[in-house]
Design a protein around this ligand. Structure first.
Ligand SMILES: N[C@@H](CCC(=O)N[C@@H](CS)C(=O)NCC(=O)O)C(=O)O
Length: 253
């Protein structure tokens, strides 16, 4: 990867109002909270319902055609957790600590990218979106993803025992990666209420000013914690079209 960009190049964040996008919004705001002097940030909203993710312009940023994407000088990055790590390394702060602690953070960051994020995402798709899939075909994936989500929540709950954040007393990019999916538990219909450490951690993270500002990327302030009925309908319609049988068939041509 070419690393010759000037340090003060503008940051372009290509994103949408969704958990993987909010990770980067929260990161940028938490960096400011940590005292980092960021360059100008331009938020470029990718309208997933209109198919903007498949445009040539966005594909040049994110070959996987999913948000978020980041452009910083010569750097073009996809994958939310790679973007968190990039920003953490580029702008040093306690969000990505040095030494042995860094490996703790990378380990939980990867756990989110490989486990909790996909599991919550698949559970959400089968629960809310796949309108044209018969109920009997959804029943096994729903069982599977719900039980895996509960297993992952038990792991997270144990990790949070006796500490404020995932890697100890310090809020890090591991928390930033996990939080937007974990907070979507009602939308995913994944019950977290038995996982008391997770419930307390969600409240602790939500109370942070940087997190509060980051959640407003692409969402009106009054809808950060409670979407309007109109937004719920729009998101459900967009999700249904992205996960429809027709869309799966056309993607495989
Ligand atoms: N592993 C990726 C997942 C990205 C992802 O699934 N993004 C969703 C929104 S949360 C998306 O762009 N969906 C559009 C589509 O599937 O067409 C990451 O962490 O960045």
């Amino acid at each position: 990867m070419n690393n010759t960009h000037t340090i003060d190049a503008k940051i372009e964040l290509w994103s949408a109002a969704s958990p993987n996008g909010w990770k980067v919004g929260i990161m940028l705001e938490e960096l400011k909270e940590a005292g980092v002097n960021l360059p100008e940030v331009e938020l470029k909203i990718v309208n997933l319902m209109d198919g903007d993710q498949f445009s040539d312009e966005f594909t040049a940023v994110s070959p996987n055609q999913k948000i978020p994407g980041l452009v910083h000088g010569d750097i073009r990055l996809m994958e939310s957790c790679a973007i968190l790590q990039y920003l953490g390394e580029k702008y040093p702060s306690p969000l990505l600590p040095d030494g042995d602690m860094r490996w703790q953070v990378i380990q939980w960051l990867t756990w989110q990218a490989a486990g909790l994020g996909p599991t919550f995402g698949h559970k959400l798709s089968y629960t809310r979106y796949m309108e044209d899939v018969p109920a009997e075909q959804k029943s096994h994936p729903l069982l599977r993803f719900n039980s895996e989500a509960q297993r992952l929540l038990r792991v997270l709950n144990k990790q949070l025992e006796g500490q404020d954040y995932i890697c100890g007393d310090q809020f890090t990019i591991a928390d930033i990666a996990v939080y937007p999916w974990a907070r979507a538990w009602k939308w995913c219909k994944i019950d977290i209420t038995d996982h008391h450490n997770v419930v307390a951690w969600l409240e602790r993270v939500r109370a942070r000013p940087g997190v509060d500002r980051g959640l407003k990327y692409g969402v009106p302030s009054e809808e950060v914690d409670q979407w309007s009925e109109e937004r719920k309908r729009l998101v459900a319609r967009g999700g249904a079209s992205m996960t429809s049988i027709a869309s799966i068939q056309s993607a495989n041509k």
